[in-house]
Design a protein around this ligand. Structure first.
Ligand SMILES: [Zn+2]
Length: 104
């Protein structure tokens, strides 16, 4: 009976790990689509799991030149290759996570 519990625990851990890695890859792909850096966003995904996915969807703004949705820390728009200026204080189109404003 204890063997059963152990194998179920093992299975559960394996499934959770697979889900977690899936979330990290999801984060990475969303971030890449919005012009984000690969390694950093994969790391966010691994560290934050579902929160990483949320961030990759929420930490975005519209490119002033072409209106493409890009991550807030992106300096060059992946869609039109023009410079994306930093958001000015008070200018915050997507205000989901206010605490991130100061650094992003
Ligand atoms: Zn653009």
């Amino acid at each position: 009976m204890t063997d059963d519990v152990a194998s179920w625990l093992l299975l559960g851990t394996a499934v959770l790990s697979a889900i977690w890695i899936g979330l990290a890859i999801w984060t990475l792909r969303v971030a890449q689509r919005h012009g984000g850096g690969t390694g950093r966003w994969f790391l966010y995904g691994m560290l934050l799991g579902p929160i990483g996915v949320l961030l990759s969807y929420r930490m975005v703004r519209a490119c002033p030149s072409c209106n493409a949705i890009v991550l807030r820390d992106v300096r060059i728009c992946p869609s039109c290759n023009k410079d994306v200026p930093r958001l000015q204080p008070g200018e915050n189109a997507e205000d989901y996570l206010k605490t991130y404003r100061k650094t992003w």
